[in-house]
Design a binder for this molecule. Sequence first.
Ligand code: NAD
Ligand code: MG
Length: 391
Amino acid sequence: VFLFTMKKIALLGATGSIGTNTVDVVTAYPELFQIVSLTFHSNSEKGAALIKQLKPRYVGVGSERIKKELGDRFPEVEFGVGEEGLIKAATLEEVDVVLTAVTGSVGLNPTMAAIEAGKDIALANKETLVMAGKWVMEAAKKNNVSILPVDSEHSAIFQCLDGQAQGNLKELVITASGGSFRDLTRVELESVTLEQALNHPNWSMGKKITIDSSTMMNKGLEVIEAHWLFGTDYDKIKVVLHKESIVHSMIVFTDGAYLAQLGPSDMREPIQYALTYPTRLPIKNERAFDLTQIGQLNFEPMDYDRFPMLALAFYVGKKGGAYPTVYNAANEVAANSFIDGKISYLQIEHFVQQAVENYQETTEVTLKEVIEIDKQTRTIVERWIKEEGRL
Ligand code: NAD
Ligand code: MG
């Protein structure tokens, strides 16, 4: 038996891929975890099933229509809509930890509100840290809250760094699976379809992150995420192609020793670790994992010409300010437009590149300005997409 008090969780983005894995983790240990609030955007059928199963006190939804529909069905539950609903779910008095599993920078304001209310953050929503990492980390420090990574690479690094002196660290090595189009050339990419892009070799995830994995945008976001989470200079963050997704990431010490974290491709592990840290618990129905069956692990250098979005991440990261904000916002619009069939695959990169080139920063920006720049970038990229259409 371990020392662990019941943790009360707010789950933002409960109906998604991370949300579903989190519900698995939480319901495997009903004596340890309770979901007191949750949010979802539009899938009211799945949302209603979750309300039945988890009996949260508060639920944030995406529209007045869903609030009305579910409010009639679940009179004992309090409902909220949109950003207000997300913020209320994240800041309820009894909440200990907020698991941020929404997609995109809609996560920023609820995450900031939760930090200011003193809630720990189990962070899956990497876009928030890319958009405004400086301000999120400052607020976390000021309010003495922990930001625990859920992203598998960052969880791996977090596990490797635990108990190590900062001065001993030489660099971080983030592994990349390569996504759905790892073996295609740039010419072959011109005609790929959404269906092909959504077919990730190792992980089953939400649509946007699956597209981001194929463009290597996801790895770019993760480089910036690592910079903020661990306070590591961009020159000390390396990315290697590792198509098996078994080594989730590594750290290298000043004496040249590597420490790696390995395991099955199962998001329940990093999710659970973020919720139980520093305790470890068995994963119920854990996946078979046998290194002798896997046999070989391969590591290859990243090709930055093949994956320009990764090179661009280092560029915007080093520039700092709102450059990463622009990079992320342009991608959110472009990736979602590809998902909606409005642009072709390579246009995603084109619009992200163009947005970054178009942006110029001369004075230091504030958080308020960053939020404004995020909005402006979306408007600009949406206009370009309307004008240029599908090539
Ligand atoms: P998903 O698309 O499966 O789920 C997204 C969730 O967010 C859903 O519950 C949806 O209702 C909600 N949502 C979507 N748009 C919203 C909006 N405008 N307002 C409020 N809520 C909204 O996505 P996912 O794969 O679970 O990813 C969630 C986050 O976790 C992303 O930031 C992603 O990068 C990160 N992440 C995911 C994985 C993974 O394995 N899926 C791994 C690492 C990190
Ligand atoms: Mg990841």
